[in-house]
Ligand binder design. Structure first.
Ligand code: ADP
Ligand code: ZN
Length: 624
């Protein structure tokens, strides 16, 4: 057995310098071993090297600077773009007995002075600061008086002017290298693409940094995309069947949709709150805080809700409307399942959404070249939505990882869609588009194909077209699927004005002439979903308790959860900061009876063992 750092001292005021990182990993963080490249990165930074770390969300990037911060002399400075993120991280670290603090504008002047005093006295190992604070002359001067362990630059993609998280202050961070060339710097991000990576290197002067690049797969996330039918009903069915008690995020395109959806969920008895840029800062902060602390289960949000959610146990991300690109999709879905436990990414989409997204692009301020790029990105997303291939393969190959096998954890893998020769139906659909003048949306076109008479049809004389009523082989839902797929395949184009009019794309000509065939997928029937039984086990694939089939196990898990919630409320912290779900699941599996056994479980470091150990052992003894 290895010797614990805490054997003689009890919970320490300071963790001894120069301790072995592996020992710290076990005793302080309660982890059994390093993951992926963590050990190599830690060793490199401890030795004084610069590093650029690109690893997906949830892969454990923070440990890569937190451990070196404990091993090296001096205080580690962590540049972090969001105040909420800082507070959460510092709070979580303090639960582990780590001497962390933050400085930002949310602190009173008196508090700020106290933190500075502690830092100056060498009582802080990790200091989190916002970039604008760091760059103040007075602060840089203060840093000059301190022994420094390292600089960590979190969310390093904020230097990218093209990215959606651009923060101008990040551009000036190269100053750290100029002033303190000998202090190691570690920049971290989960953003995948090579151009952003190059920008980070250039703007932060990281040319000599060693790069650690992990694969971008998030295997625990199950991806699913289904046609939008009746958006809210589908959402509620999903929540009821798969996540009746879990934390999750619902993304919508507009503020109004956020408000309406959140209100609807609340009326239906769900514990939901809205989040969008139109709400005042106080409400936004409060709703986010309640979410992180499990006081609110579901946040309905626009993309404004994103960076800064460090909550590890988000069990699902539901796109009520599609995002604008695969980059956005990857980033937003990536907020699910950071803890590595099963999580769901679900999306509903329809052509009306595409029309709206196109209009956003066209009405935006961007240059025409930029708009072209954005339309292109949207096309890639549509291709993903309508693919018959493994969704993970499509997603990963978009980010340059082309060699992954089918994943077995997405809807197309779980229920491979039937495909059929859709050449004739495609021709019929296209012909309806052409004969009506390439300006009508799918609803009207489907009326033409199905031979439905209504005021619009007769007004335009479309009941006299040769295409009128030729589409009896499919029903309305079937034709909607065809139109979506033709748009996704780039054979039909959605007008840019936002009304959803469809026109022929250039590539359509060979299909119409019969020189090219079209393969289409048949959508699984909505009620049957992806082969799930309602409330059945496989249907709960994204729930933390999904693997617990035994009734006694479930009861114990719930009891542990309840105790965790009470302890978190008492300590005024988020429940996951007491112990993450994974620890509770391990308690259920192992049923530890002693402190020693409990101490071996994931996430149980020395300080938490002292603080919470008896409480949980008590629950296990009682409920067993
Ligand atoms: P990232 O910053 O890359 O999104 P985090 O640093 O927040 O990821 O870590 C994600 C989760 O993984 C956290 O819950 C963390 O406690 C856990 N974790 C990190 N490293 C390890 C490890 N070596 N073993 C077990 N769990 C780990
Ligand atoms: Zn798959």
């Amino acid at each position: 057995m290895h010797r614990s750092l805490f054997d003689s001292a009890g919970p320490p005021a300071a963790i001894p310098r120069g301790a072995d990182p592996g020992t710290l990993l076990h005793d302080v963080f309660g982890f059994a071993g390093f993951r992926g490249e963590q050990e190599a990165i830690v060793t490199h930074v401890v030795a004084g090297g610069d590093a650029l770390v690109l690893m997906p969300t949830g892969s454990g990037k923070s440990l890569c600077y937190q451990l070196p911060a404990l091993v090296r002399d001096g205080v580690a400075i962590v540049v972090s773009p969001l105040i909420a993120l800082m507070e959460d991280q510092v709070m979580a670290l303090r639960q582990l007995g780590i001497r962390a603090a933050y400085l930002n504008s949310s602190l009173e002047a008196e508090e700020q002075r106290r933190v500075r005093r502690e830092v100056a006295a060498g009582e802080i190992d990790l200091l989190y600061v916002a970039p604008e604070r760091l760059l103040m002359d007075s602060f840089l001067e203060f840093l000059g008086t301190l022994p420094l362990a390292l600089f960590a630059i979190d969310e390093a993609h904020c230097v990218s002017q093209w990215g959606h998280d651009f923060r101008p202050e990040y551009l000036q961070l190269a100053i750290l290298h100029e002033r303190w060339p000998e202090i190691p710097r570690i920049a971290l991000t989960a953003t995948a693409d090579p151009p952003t990576r190059r920008e980070i290197v250039a703007k932060l002067a990281l040319e000599d940094a060693r790069q650690f690049i992990a694969g971008f797969d998030r295997p625990n996330i199950r991806y699913r995309v289904v046609p939008k039918d009746s958006a809210t009903t589908q959402l509620i069915r999903f929540l009821r069947d798969e996540h009746p008690q879990d934390s999750g995020i619902v993304y919508c395109l507009s503020r109004k949709r956020v408000e309406d959806t959140a209100a609807k969920l609340v009326t239906e008895g769900w514990n939901a709150a809205p989040y969008h840029a139109g709400l005042d800062a106080e409400t936004r902060r409060e709703n986010q805080r309640r979410f992180v602390r499990d006081e609110v289960d579901i946040v309905v949000a626009t993309v404004a809700f994103g960076m800064g959610i460090d909550k590890p146990d988000v069990r699902f991300v539901y796109h009520l409307d599609p995002p604008k690109s695969l980059e956005a999709y990857y980033q937003e879905t990536g907020r699910a399942g950071r803890d590595g436990l099963p999580a769901n990414a679900m999306m509903t989409w329809g052509l009306a959404d595409v029309a709206q997204l196109r209009r956003f692009i066209t009405e935006g301020e961007a240059s025409s070249e930029r708009q072209r790029v954005e339309h292109h990105k949207l096309n890639a997303l549509l291709g993903f939505c309508e693919t018959s291939r493994c969704r993970r393969q499509v997603l990963l190959s978009y980010f340059g990882e082309t060699d992954s096998p089918p994943c077995g954890n997405c809807d197309t893998c779980l229920t491979p869609p039937e495909t059929f020769d859709g050449t004739v139906v495609a021709q019929k659909a296209m012909s309806a588009v052409v004969r009506t003048g390439e300006r009508f949306g799918q609803g009207h076109l489907i009326d033409v194909l199905l031979g439905n008479t209504n005021e619009r049809i007769t007004r335009f004389g479309h009941d006299r077209l040769p295409t009128f009523g030729v589409g009896g082989e499919l029903d309305k839902r079937g034709w909607q699927s065809v139109f979506r797929q033709l748009v996704a395949a780039g054979l039909l184009a959605v007008d840019l004005d936002g009304y959803g009019g469809l026109s022929l794309a250039e590539e359509a000509a060979p299909v119409l002439r019969g020189e090219r065939t079209v393969e289409l997928r048949r959508d699984p029937h909505p009620e049957r979903g992806s082969g799930r039984k309602r409330g059945g086990r496989s249907g709960r694939g994204g729930s933390a308790a999904a693997g617990l089939t035994d009734e006694a196990d479930r009861t114990l898990f719930e009891a542990l959860r309840q105790r965790r919630l009470e302890l978190a409320r008492e300590a005024n912290i988020a429940p996951f900061m007491v112990f993450p779900d994974r620890t509770l699941l391990e308690m259920v599996a192992a049923r530890p009876t002693s402190r020693r056994e409990l101490g071996e479980l994931h996430g149980v470091g020395q300080v938490k063992l002292d603080r919470f150990g008896e409480e949980f052992l008590g629950v296990i003894r009682q409920v067993g």
